[in-house]
Write a protein that binds this ligand. Structure first.
Ligand SMILES: O=C(O)CCC(=O)C(=O)O
Ligand SMILES: [Fe+2]
Length: 243
C-alpha cells in the first residue's frame, strides 16, 4: 500500500473507533463535542506548514480587511489535498443522521443524503461550487470575531475545526469560543479546551433544545479569543460548498 492510501485507511479506522454515541450526546446537550487526538502531531505540523504553499489554495482572506478579526486564512482549492478530502468524506456520514434529526426536531424541511458526494452534488447544482475547507493562521494579538460559516442557501448544520498547534508551547491565549443565544435570554459562553490534534464538532447556526414546553431553537456562533503570544493554526472543515 502506498503512504497516502495507508494514511487514509488509518484515518478511517480512527474515525470508526470513535464513540459516536457519546459525540451525539454531547452535541445534543451542549451544541459541541470534542474529539481528542484526531490527528497526530506530525500530521498537524505538516498541515500547518502547508500554509506557505499557495498552490494548495483558491483564495486568501486577511480578516482585518473585513472586520472579521485579526489574522488570516486560506480556502483550499479542489482537488482537496489529503488528509482533508478523506476527513471531509469520512466525517460527513457520521454527522448526517444527527443533522436530519435536528432538522426534524426544529421543523426544518431540509434533509441530508447519507454520502457527502451526493450532498456536494446538490450544493453544486444550486450554484455553491467553491470548496470551503480552510486553514487559519493567527499571530500575537490576533483573534477571530464570533461568526457563522454560512456560504449560501444550502447549509449543513454541523462543522468541525481541528487545532493544529499546541497550546502553551506554540501559542498562549487563542481559545476556541462558542456562544449560544437562547430565545429571550442572555447568551451562554463556552470555551472548548482543545489540545494539538483535537477536533471540535459544533453547530454551524442553530440547534434544537428540549425545553419543558417543547423544542426551541438556539443560535450558535464561534470565534477565537486573542492570542497573547506565538502562532496558532487551525484546520476548518465545513461540509457545504460556497457560492
Ligand atoms: O481558528 C479557530 O479555531 C476557528 C476556526 C473557524 O472559525 C472555523 O473553522 O470555522
Ligand atoms: Fe468559522
Amino acid at each position: 500500500m502506498n503512504a497516502r492510501l495507508s494514511e487514509a485507511t488509518a484515518l478511517a479506522g480512527r474515525i470508526d473507533a470513535l464513540d459516536w454515541h457519546a459525540i451525539e450526546e454531547a452535541l445534543n446537550q451542549e451544541g459541541w463535542a470534542q474529539i481528542n487526538g484526531l490527528l497526530d502531531a506530525e500530521r498537524c505540523h505538516a498541515l500547518a506548514a502547508g500554509y506557505a504553499d499557495a498552490a494548495q489554495f483558491r483564495s486568501r482572506i486577511v480578516m482585518a480587511r473585513y472586520a472579521f478579526g485579526r489574522g488570516e486564512y486560506q480556502y483550499y482549492a479542489y482537488p482537496l489535498p489529503e488528509p482533508i478530502a478523506s476527513l471531509r468524506s469520512l466525517l460527513y456520514p457520521r454527522l448526517a443522521p444527527l443533522a436530519n434529526r435536528w432538522n426534524e426536531a426544529m421543523g426544518v424541511a431540509a434533509r441530508y443524503p447519507a454520502a457527502h458526494a451526493d450532498w456536494l452534488a446538490r450544493c453544486h447544482a444550486a450554484g455553491q461550487r467553491r470548496p470551503t475547507p480552510l486553514l487559519l493562521q493567527y499571530g500575537p494579538g490576533d483573534y477571530n470575531c464570533l461568526h457563522q460559516d454560512l456560504y449560501g442557501e444550502l447549509v449543513f448544520p454541523l462543522q468541525v475545526a481541528i487545532l493544529l498547534s499546541e497550546p502553551g508551547r506554540d501559542f498562549e491565549g487563542g481559545e476556541f469560543v462558542l456562544t449560544e443565544q437562547r430565545p429571550r435570554m442572555q447568551s451562554r459562553p463556552m470555551v472548548v479546551p482543545l489540545g494539538q490534534g483535537d477536533a471540535v464538532v459544533f453547530a454551524v447556526n442553530q440547534r434544537p433544545v428540549q425545553g419543558t414546553r417543547g423544542t426551541y431553537r438556539v443560535q450558535l456562533r464561534h470565534g477565537v479569543s486573542k492570542l497573547r503570544s506565538g502562532q496558532r493554526h487551525t484546520l476548518g472543515m465545513i461540509f457545504h460548498d460556497a457560492t
